[in-house]
Design a binder for this molecule. Structure first.
Ligand SMILES: [Zn+2]
Length: 241
């Protein structure tokens, strides 16, 4: 019973907080009773739109990243991650995609990288979004596990041979239909936007960008390499610092 009462109190407090936040200039005296009719009035009067609130929430997720100095040890195929940074489940210009459960967001323990990898992903995707303001958000898949190490099939799907020391990330090609999910066929890929993402990761200093054999994506020899199982996503690897 006590719990029920406190939940009501919390709900009332939250309703009041929303009222205050969306009515700048309202005097505190006018704010006091946060009854249902007032909340309806606020909506009619026009608070922040749903898309504005959603964008603010995504900003908060990015601002809430807990940054550490990270260290990649060993090799991408046999290594560990020390002080990994977790990528948020989504951001202003990206969503995350779980390649095993085929849904967004990707599970938290699959989203750890070095601080440099996470910063590079955000910087490349922010610049890409600025250049293509009408493009859909970019899908980011698996990075590494919280402390790196084996990320093979025992963690679902076909697993990853690499992704072991926080320097690798999978990035899904943008879809022509703008849906926020992995493409299932190369015919669904927005080729021009996908090539631009490849180019941007190359310019950002990628050591390797793997692309699928059916995608037709290309880049500097030795950096952009064709590899099976990459027809729906590119795989970017940063060099050891
Ligand atoms: Zn990969």
């Amino acid at each position: 019973m006590a719990r029920a009462v406190s939940l009501v109190a919390i709900a009332a407090a939250l309703a009041g907080a929303a009222w205050v936040a969306t009515r700048t200039g309202t005097t505190p005296a006018a704010v006091a009773p946060a009854s249902a009719p007032q909340i309806v009035a606020r909506d009619v009067a026009g608070g922040p739109s749903r898309s504005t609130r959603r964008r603010a929430g995504r900003h908060r997720l990015e601002a809430g990243i807990v940054w550490h100095r990270s260290r990649a040890t060993g090799l991408p195929y046999a290594g560990r991650l020390v002080g990994g940074v977790r990528l948020p489940r989504e951001g202003v210009h990206f969503f995350t995609w779980d390649p095993v459960l085929h849904r967004s967001p990707d599970r938290p323990w699959r989203r750890y990288g070095t601080d440099r990898l996470v910063r590079t992903l955000l910087a490349v995707i922010d610049a890409y979004a600025a250049a293509h303001p009408h493009a859909p958000r970019v899908g980011i898949g698996d990075l590494s596990r919280p402390h790196g190490g084996d990320f093979g099939p025992e963690f679902g799907g076909i697993g990853h041979a690499s992704h072991q020391n926080g320097l690798d990330a999978d990035v899904y090609y943008p879809r022509l239909d703008r849906r926020e999910r992995a493409p299932r066929r190369v015919s669904q890929i927005h080729h021009q936007l996908a090539q631009d993402l490849v180019d941007r990761f190359v310019r950002a200093g990628a050591q390797i960008v793997f692309v699928g054999p059916s995608t037709g994506l290309h880049g500097p020899a030795g950096v952009v390499q064709v590899l099976v199982h990459h027809d729906d996503h590119l795989h970017v690897r940063l060099p050891r610092a």
